[in-house]
Design a protein. Structure first.
Length: 446
């Protein structure tokens, strides 16, 4: 046995361990063994009889809860096991709330404490009544737009004929006794930031580092508008679109998969902590970073986000409305979709991190972009070959010679560099005349 999220070993009893008991009671429960060292070896107790009386009394007097306190004898040595069950109500110690997260004890403060108390009460932040708001604060045009989306998604087909705004809001669980919930203000409010000052998205265009801010934009509005407004601003001011033609039709293609960026933004909107900082999008020459304040559930890790996982949105009322409005295809697949869209486009796998008190997603630009290839140090012949490979998927030494009008020796030297030095291509086929080269990890269409 070893120390884990649910067990602690202590050689002697100290009253400060009441904080640990408080943390276990507020989380998923746990055990504390008194009389063991940090390796789990029994060191024994000289005052076990007194501790058997003192510990239960201190737990009850200071925490108001009951725990099993059991004396064990092993190899002529004694240790005490304190078994703490999880409590549905919040437990405090000296007016402070502690929580067991991983193998650490944390004192809950600020937004984390608010969320914890709400959760214990069976509520989430978006499910609380907003006393300062009334039906006059709701944008009817936003309601009509949602009705169209919900009808087209076939998730609320009956809503298209509903004329009563109060009925629509009630069906979406956005009211309680005819009072608006916070979710209603965020989803359909005329000016949500009048109620929640940081309910906006901030976009910045940077150089090579975060110190080089070139320009920025603030995107405001209800959260159904935010995603489309943000995508529009990114398209017009922050991202460069590649232009091509299919017959007489002009086709613009983003540097990043549109669906991946859209899903990343929607995820941030639905899962963010609205009492914290605004969503922040940082656009660099080679990547886009999207950060939102918030946290993962205790038993969900960053690695879990890379595969199909259970959906426990930070704001379930908001998430439900987004699903019914057709903006979310399926719960628990958002991050998987972001990753798959980038890989399908021939881009590196996005980086998902838990940093600065929030979740950060980094989308990387195509490493085969011409400006990136120049930066890496490829010569013009090699760049020409990479462009050829994007279209034709493979190239032989002879084809390399032909497209660049060069000798076999020069072609061999260039291809060897692309293979060994730059690691952009891989060798395929038999040796000699059957050898050809392909781009590493590339799928046509990127």
């Amino acid at each position: 046995m070893q120390e884990s999220q649910n067990i602690e070993w202590k050689e002697i009893w100290k009253d400060e361990y009441l904080k640990w008991i408080c943390g276990f009671a507020n989380a998923t429960g746990g055990k504390i063994h008194i009389g063991k060292n940090d390796k789990g070896k029994i060191t024994g107790l000289s005052n076990s009889k007194k501790l058997l009386e003192d510990i239960p009394n201190k737990i009850q007097n200071h925490l108001g809860i009951l725990c099993d306190v059991i004396l064990h004898n092993e190899n002529e040595k004694q240790y005490i096991e304190i078994i703490i069950k999880p409590y549905e109500v919040p437990i405090s110690y000296q007016g402070k709330y502690y929580y067991r997260s991983g193998s650490t004890k944390q004192e809950l403060k600020g937004n984390a404490l608010n969320d914890f108390l709400l959760k214990k009460a069976g509520k989430t932040w978006d499910d609380i009544i907003e006393p300062k708001a009334n039906i006059e604060d709701i944008d009817i045009n936003a309601i009509e737009t949602f009705k169209e989306s919900a009808f087209e998604s076939k998730r609320m087909p009956y809503i298209k004929k509903e004329k009563n705004t109060n009925v629509i809001l009630d069906n979406l669980l956005l009211t309680d006794n005819n009072q608006l919930k916070r979710a209603a203000v965020l989803l359909f409010g005329k000016k949500p930031n009048r109620f929640y000052i940081n309910a906006f998205i901030k976009i910045g265009k940077f150089g090579k580092t975060s110190d080089e801010l070139h320009f920025q934009e603030i995107i405001e509005g209800n959260i159904f508008e935010l995603a489309n407004k943000t995508l529009d601003i990114l398209d017009k001011k922050f991202l460069i679109a590649k232009i091509s033609y299919e017959g007489l039709h002009r086709v613009e293609k983003w540097e990043y998969p549109y669906k991946a960026i859209r899903e990343t933004i929607i995820n941030a909107i639905v899962h963010r902590d609205y009492m914290g900082a605004p969503i922040q999008i940082s656009v660099y020459d080679d990547k886009i970073i999207v950060w939102n304040e918030g946290y993962l559930p205790d038993d969900l890790t960053i690695e879990d986000l890379k595969k199909q996982h259970s959906s426990r949105p930070h704001n379930p009322i908001l998430a439900s409305a987004f699903f019914k409005g057709g903006l979310i295809e399926a719960w628990g697949r958002g991050t998987v979709k972001i990753i798959n869209e980038c890989i399908k486009a021939g881009l590196p796998e996005p980086l998902i991190e838990n940093v600065f008190g929030g979740i950060q997603v980094t989308l990387f630009r195509n490493k085969l972009d011409k400006s990136k290839l120049i930066e890496l140090g490829l010569n013009n012949r090699q760049i020409k070959a990479i462009e050829y490979l994007k279209e034709n998927l493979k190239i032989t030494n002879s084809e390399y010679q032909n497209i660049n009008s060069i000798s076999k020796a020069t072609a061999t030297r260039d291809l060897t560099e692309l293979f060994d030095k730059f690691k952009l291509i891989e060798k395929k086929g038999e040796t000699g005349i059957g050898t050809y080269y392909k781009l590493k990890g590339f799928k046509k269409g990127s």
